[in-house]
Design a protein. Structure first.
Length: 235
């Protein structure tokens, strides 16, 4: 299928970052599809909130509803089977000897981008949109701008396609991500991001905070809470 310059595929987990990226893509491309990955993650609840988020975000603006296309879920069971991490095992979240948190799943984003590109090849999407960022994150090396640019070069060489990987949050911290949601979709989108997205590594959808649901203690919750506090101060 020939790649369309007006079609994007968003790597959409159901989290704060990928939801803002989906809204960002809906303002820029005439057709937007989404892909999620079921890799045996401990916080599999993020897969459950994806269809709710897609339905609610398409209800915010008519043009977004018109542009939002198919959703795809790819099973990557092998990733969990090979990984000994706190995202794929019931183990403590801590800093490992290599200095990275035990939530780091080696190769995860590289695998996600490879499968997303293969899907984009079949669906005729030229643009891949992903929520990686290096301004305010857990230190994952596969979130770095250098990594993403290298992946783009490798995918284009390996598939004979001219894919563009967009990472609109690469230089934006969590406070900036909340602000970007408000800038793109006003208070309705900001409220949706707070209420319906999921970030907590432990899958907690019981405890409600001013920044959303989560355990409040895992690294993802702390990043989100700190970012929201700074966002409120800067408003």
């Amino acid at each position: 299928m020939t790649a369309s310059p007006d079609t994007a595929l968003v790597l959409f987990s159901g989290g704060q970052d990928s939801t803002v990226c989906l809204a960002w893509a809906l303002t820029r491309f005439s057709r937007v599809e989404t892909v999620g990955f079921d890799y045996g993650q401990r916080h599999a609840v993020e897969l459950a909130v994806r269809p709710i988020l897609r339905e609610r975000i398409s209800g915010l603006r008519k043009e977004w509803a018109d542009r939002l296309g198919d959703d795809h879920v790819v099973k990557l069971d092998a990733l969990a089977a090979m990984s000994e991490t706190a995202l794929t095992r019931d183990m403590q979240i801590e800093i490992a000897e290599n200095g990275l948190p035990t939530t780091f799943v080696p190769g995860r984003n590289l695998i996600f981008l490879s499968f997303a590109a293969a899907l984009a090849y079949r669906r005729g999407a030229k643009h891949l949109v992903a929520g990686m960022g290096e301004a305010d994150y857990s230190g994952y090396p596969d979130c770095r701008d250098e990594t993403i640019k290298s992946m783009q070069a490798a995918l284009n060489l390996g598939m004979e396609r001219d894919f563009t990987i967009h990472t609109p949050l690469m230089r934006i911290d969590k406070a900036g991500t909340f602000a970007l949601a408000r800038d793109i979709g006003g208070e309705p989108l900001l409220d949706l991001v707070i209420e319906a997205t999921h970030s907590c590594y432990l899958g907690d959808r019981v405890h409600r905070h001013d920044w959303g649901y989560g355990c409040g203690t895992c690294p993802a919750c702390k990043l989100r809470a700190d970012g929201f506090a700074r966002f409120v101060q800067e408003k």
